[in-house]
Structure formats: structure tokens, C-alpha cells
Design a protein around this ligand. Structure first.
Ligand SMILES: Nc1ncnc2c1ncn2[C@@H]1O[C@H](COP(=O)(O)OP(=O)(O)O)[C@@H](O)[C@H]1O
Ligand SMILES: O=P(O)(O)OC[C@H]1O[C@](O)(COP(=O)(O)O)[C@@H](O)[C@@H]1O
Ligand SMILES: [Mg+2]
Length: 424
């Protein structure tokens, strides 16, 4: 078993344990009985093709399965499109390309029609690659399959560029995205340090979770301020962004700001008088914070403060997620795919695979959909970022919500001697 939490309070309970992923001694399906299918849903992410490839290879080379169907165009493809046959030859070098060989879509999840189709095509293993929305859909499919008494295994493989899926350590493609984001930050930095009062603004993805922005900021060291959806900011007055920008320009002659696309949405909506729109999956369509922020800062500095500034705005959002995965993500994708194959072949269903404290595990789908993974403002990572950029936190201490974080360590753990003390 794999422990969900490995840092615990001494007096706390032992928490939740998940089944460790991997090959099983006893396999539920016979090779020639298996008809598997793979579907990809939601936004793109580096590494999707690697996962598809490795599911096909894993099924074929490890278990001798050769009946694998590709469902095209996301969930709606189950009932509106023809399938394609996936063989090792077909998927051989797709890992070198970004995107998804199978195409993807938002919306169109119809549990009854999808399960009817699974039944009609006599599919008994369903591999579903997608984010939080997709996993919610997968849970409904697994439930309906169970209700109909079908012997079908439903396996979820979590995909999200935003790293917003809980329980798992990190989502695949995230490291690749952070690396690519750094290239944009680097370009912004080069541009702004080459001019007088250069202001570089780089917009990165992150609808509700600012992980890409936070990690790219921490990795790059060229960022002066990182704005994320979890941390509301303000522009005017003491401790506001305008004051900080002006101060940095005076000190360094330039400034680089990274803004996650979901940051400051209320602020933008208020100033644009915009109404909330949704995409086909029901996700809130975001207002474009990047150009808005650039304009606000420029207007303030030039019109109010009578300064001359050089604004350079970079939006690499789609470039960051449309690339193939890097070496470590490729290996990670392979592990995910093989774990899913082992789990389905063993006859498990209604699970999502993923690393939990560095060990791959089978996680009930409901555990990864119950909430969204977000950057915790009371956690160490955000504190590290604030220490690295020295940006304003935009909040007062008394506003901080006390969260259940492991700040104190285990009460009965071995305590180390402190410098200058005589007891341990
Ligand atoms: N609550 C839900 N129940 C069933 N299906 C859902 C749900 N939320 C999203 N889906 C379906 O999952 C697919 C992908 O969802 P979306 O939110 O666009 O991307 P992601 O899975 O990457 O979060 C879409 O086809 C959508 O219809
Ligand atoms: O323009 P699209 O394709 O709808 O995608 C935009 C959204 O997709 C994401 O990249 C990822 O979202 P999902 O993982 O939920 O698909 C978000 O960061 C972004 O807001
Ligand atoms: Mg999502």
C-alpha cells in the first residue's frame, strides 16, 4: 500500500492508503478476450501522445493484447465518430509530437450514450486520459458500467497542464510546461533589461491554480512578481502593484511580472463590466488579464506618474502546452500508462493512476475529483516564492486562513539538539 500522507502529526491518525500500482500475479482478463479503447479529453498537455503510445505498447508487449481502439475527438467521439485501430506500428513515434493523435474536445459527455457504445462495441477496457472534468466523467461511466453489470474496467489517467489534480504528486507534462515557460520569461527579461524602464509581462496558463507561474518563477530567478489566481492582488495605494513596479524600476531599471491567466479575474471583470461565460464543459471562460494588466500599469506610470516606460507583453500560453514532453515527463508518462494497463488487466475499475509520495498507486476516481489542487498561501512553496521575488504578499497576516498544514512536524519524532541548548 502507498500512504496518502507521509508527513503526519505524531498524535494524528494513520490516514488513507492506496493500493500500489504494478503487475499482479493473477490477471483477470485473457489476452485474446480484451478489447481496449483509449480516449483523450479536455485541453492539451505535453506527453498525451506518449501515454497513448505506452498504453498500446504495454497492452501489446506485456499482455499480448492486439485489439485496441482509439476513440476520436474526446467523449463525444464514442457516439459520433468511427474508431481507429491502434497498433504499435501506428503509435510508434507519436511521442515525438505534441497534442493528441486521437484529438480531444470539451463538452459532449453523455454517460448513457457512451456506455451504450462501450457495450455495443464489446469494449472491456476503457482508458480515459484527461483532467478533473474528464475524471468526473470517467467516474460516471464506471458507475453506469457497474449498474449494468458489465465486466468492463475503467481506468483514468490524470492529465492537466495546470497541475490542479489532488492526491497525485504532480501531473505529467507539468515539468515540460515549466521549462518552456522559462524560455518566455527569459525573452521578457532580455528585452526589458535592454531598454530604459522596461516592463515585461508574461502570461502563463493556470485557470484556478497558479502552479506553472509559481514554479516557472522559482526556476527562473528573473521574475520580480508572480500573480496567481489564489492570491488576490490590488493595484493602487500602499503595498499595491503600481507602487511595487515603480520601486523596482527605480532600483533595477526593469521589472518582469508573471501573471497566471486566472489571476485577478474579479478585478478585470469589474473594470471591463464583463459577464461570466462558460466553455462547452462548463469551465468559466477567463477574461484576458495579460493585456488588461499591461494597459493598467502603462496608463498609471505614463499618465499619473509621468514616466517613460517600455512595455513588452508576451503570451506563450498555447506554445507552452503544445510541445512534446521532455525526457523526465516521457518516463513519467510511460509509468502512468503501464500502471493503468496493469490495473485494468488485473480487473480493477473506477481508478485513477498516479504517483503518491513518489510511488505509483491506484486511487479511487472520487478521491481526485473531490476538490481542486491549488497553491496554498500558507504553505512553504508560496513562502519560498515571496522570499525569492521579495514581492508584496498583498495580504495582511490577520487575513491568512489557518489551514491544516504540517508546520510543526511530528510531536513524538526525534528532536534535534538546537545550537546553544543543553537538552534535546
Ligand atoms: N462533471 C462532469 N461530469 C461529466 N463529464 C464531465 C464533467 N465535467 C467535465 N466533463 C467532461 O469531461 C471532458 C473534459 O472536461 P474539461 O473540463 O473540458 O477538461 P479537463 O478534463 O481537462 O478538466 C468534457 O468532454 C466534459 O464534457
Ligand atoms: O482554450 P482551451 O483549449 O479551452 O484551453 C484553455 C484552458 O486549458 C488549460 O490549459 C487546461 O485546462 P484543463 O486541464 O482543464 O483542460 C487551462 O489552463 C486553460 O484555461
Ligand atoms: Mg480541468
Amino acid at each position: 500500500m502507498v500512504a496518502k500522507k507521509i508527513v503526519v502529526q505524531g498524535s494524528g491518525d494513520r490516514g488513507i492508503y492506496y493500493r500500489r500500482a504494478g503487475p499482479r500475479e493473477r490477471v483477470y482478463f485473457k489476452s485474446d478476450e480484451v478489447r481496449a479503447c483509449i480516449v483523450t479529453c479536455g485541453g492539451l498537455c505535453p506527453g498525451i501522445n506518449t501515454v497513448i503510445r505506452e498504453i498500446v505498447y504495454g497492452l501489446n508487449y506485456m499482455y499480448g493484447v492486439d485489439d485496441i481502439l482509439g476513440i476520436q475527438g474526446g467523449y463525444r467521439g464514442f457516439y459520433s465518430k468511427n474508431t481507429i485501430n491502434l497498433t504499435p506500428k501506428v503509435v510508434n513515434d507519436i511521442h515525438k509530437r505534441g497534442g493528441t493523435l486521437l484529438q480531444t474536445s470539451r463538452g459532449g459527455h453523455d454517460t448513457q450514450k457512451i456506455v451504450d457504445n462501450i457495450q455495443d462495441r464489446m469494449i472491456n477496457q476503457v482508458y480515459i486520459i484527461g483532467g478533473d472534468g474528464t475524471q468526473r466523467g470517467a467516474a460516471l461511466i464506471a458507475k453506469e458500467v457497474e449498474r449494468r453489470g458489465l465486466q468492463v474496467s475503467v481506468a483514468g489517467i490524470p492529465k492537466t497542464i495546470d497541475n490542479d489534480i489532488v492526491v497525485i504528486d504532480k501531473s505529467f507534462g507539468f515539468d515540460t510546461a515549466v521549462e518552456e515557460a522559462q524560455r518566455a520569461i527569459n525573452a521578457a527579461h532580455v528585452e526589458v533589461e535592454s531598454v530604459e524602464n522596461g516592463i515585461g509581462i508574461v502570461k502563463l496558463m493556470g485557470r484556478y491554480s497558479g502552479f506553472i507561474a509559481v514554479f516557472a518563477t522559482l526556476a527562473s530567478r528573473d521574475v520580480d512578481c508572480c500573480l496567481i489566481p489564489e492570491s488576490p492582488f490590488y493595484l493602487e495605494g500602499h503595498g499595491g502593484l503600481f507602487q511595487f513596479v515603480e520601486k523596482r524600476l527605480k532600483e533595477h531599471g526593469h521589472i518582469v511580472i508573471v501573471v497566471a491567466e486566472g489571476a485577478g479575474q474579479d478585478y478585470v471583470a469589474q473594470s471591463m463590466n464583463a459577464t461570466v461565460e462558460k466553455d462547452a464543459s462548463g469551465n468559466k471562460l477567463l477574461l484576458d488579464v495579460g493585456p488588461w494588466l499591461s494597459q493598467q500599469i502603462k496608463d498609471h506610470l505614463t499618465k499619473v506618474r509621468k514616466m517613460t516606460v517600455n512595455m513588452k507583453y508576451i503570451d506563450p500560453t498555447y506554445m507552452v502546452r503544445a510541445i512534446p514532453s521532455n525526457a523526465s515527463d516521457n518516463i513519467y508518462c510511460t509509468l502512468l500508462a503501464h500502471s493503468a494497463v496493469h490495473g485494468a488487466m488485473a480487473g480493477f475499475t473506477g481508478f485513477t493512476v498516479g504517483p503518491v509520495n513518489n510511488r505509483h498507486a491506484y486511487i479511487p476516481i472520487s478521491h481526485v475529483t473531490e476538490r481542486t489542487n491549488t497553491v496554498k498561501l500558507t504553505d512553504r512553496m508560496w513562502a519560498r516564492l515571496l522570499a525569492s521575488t521579495n514581492q508584496p504578499s498583498f495580504i495582511h497576516n490577520d487575513e491568512l486562513i489557518k489551514e491544516d498544514v504540517d508546520l510543526n512536524g511530528a510531536a513524538d519524532a526525534v528532536d534535534y539538539k538546537k545550537i546553544g541548548s543543553t537538552s534535546t
